[in-house]
Design a protein around this ligand. Structure first.
Ligand code: PBG
Length: 331
């Protein structure tokens, strides 16, 4: 017979396990909750019609033509996801990334089509040149150098074209200095004072962007992104980046990637108390997918634990390729 009482009963003033005794009790004292409202689904918009091409290293993620992007938004809305982040895959690339500000390029066309079909969907657009330049760099290149101020001119043109198409939020991801202020100024001058800016404020030079560069065909042809993206070793510098973007007019600040930088998310949230987004990037998604496909982890639990951790660290907004799956799991 198993004894129900130990030989000695410990005299404890607190037994922390009491609050874990039932599902209802655990729900009652839960500190962190996830809601589909805080999730943003990234979409890769390409040219053509009826295109729905799965990205090999990102199962469940597709290159979508504008019509298919509209369908994807309808599916996302049915799952409870109301916000999307658009990336463009133009057929034509050149040295200055001129398709980035072309009113008829995939992103601008998708913004108009999504807003027409579903006006209350919140549309965020990524503002960068790397998907548009033939060399794959995030800016205008002279020799091996990425020119800051000349790049900002091009980013401003792209951001204005996104706002003109109807984007609610523009999200510069390039990490050039001064781009937030320049974009804010240009938007205001043209009457887009209600278009918000979500800056990729602390974007690290990360190995976890690999699958994205397959999806967007945006890997640099030479060199790397170390001259503008942040050194993974630095956290105090992230606070300076965030402070500067807030001073220049950012409405939302983002940290990217998410899981390797939870400390940075927490410090940014604690220091500034600003609307804070975290980008759970392609490589973070691909790792979970790969392990799940091998039967090595329980994907649903790993997904929700990961997103809960990002939220617990301080993120108000999570950009994730898991947005639809997570919203369904939370329903
Ligand atoms: C640049 C951009 C990148 C990502 C978002 N915006 C790629 C890069 O900096 O090389 C990565 C997103 C991801 O990995 O999911 N336009």
């Amino acid at each position: 017979m198993t004894p129900t009482r130990a030989a000695t009963t410990l005299k404890l003033t607190r037994r922390l396990r009491r609050l874990r005794t039932s599902a209802t009790m655990r729900a009652l004292v839960r500190e962190t909750r996830l809601s589909p409202d805080m999730l943003v689904l990234p979409l890769f918009v390409c040219e053509g019609e009826g295109v729905r091409r799965e990205v090999p290293s990102m199962p469940g993620v597709f290159n979508l033509s504008v019509d298919e992007a509209v369908n994807e938004v309808a599916g996302a809305r049915a799952d409870g996801v109301n916000s999307v982040l658009l990336f463009g895959l133009p057929d034509r690339k050149d040295a200055s990334g001129s398709a980035a500000h072309d009113a008829d390029a995939p992103v601008q066309s998708a913004v108009r089509a999504i807003k027409r079909a579903s006006p209350s969907t919140l549309v965020v657009t990524d503002v960068c040149l790397c998907e548009y330049t033939d060399h794959g760099h995030c800016g205008i290149v002279a020799g091996e150098e990425i020119l800051n101020d000349a790049t900002v001119d091009e980013l401003v043109r792209a951001a204005v074209s996104h706002a003109a198409a109807g984007a609610d939020i523009v999200a510069p991801s390039d990490m050039m200095d001064g781009r937030v202020g320049a974009i804010r100024h240009a938007l205001d001058e043209r009457g887009f004072e209600n278009a918000a800016i979500m800056s990729y404020a602390a974007k690290y030079c990360s190995a976890f962007y690999g699958p994205f560069r397959d999806a967007a065909a945006s890997a640099p042809k030479f060199g790397d992104r170390r001259s503008h993206q942040m050194d993974p070793a630095n956290a105090r510098e992230a606070l300076r980046e965030v402070e500067q973007d807030i001073e220049e007019g950012a409405d939302i600040v983002m940290i990217k990637p998410a899981v390797p930088y939870l400390d940075v998310i927490a410090r940014v949230k604690d220091t500034f108390g600003y609307p804070t987004a975290a980008y759970h990037v392609s490589g973070e998604y691909a790792m979970l997918k790969a392990a799940a496909r091998n039967g090595w982890i329980d994907e649903r639990r790993a997904m929700l634990e990961t997103l809960t951790g990002i939220r617990r660290a301080g993120a108000d907004i999570i950009i994730t390729y898991y947005a639809r799956e997570a919203a369904r799991a939370l329903a």
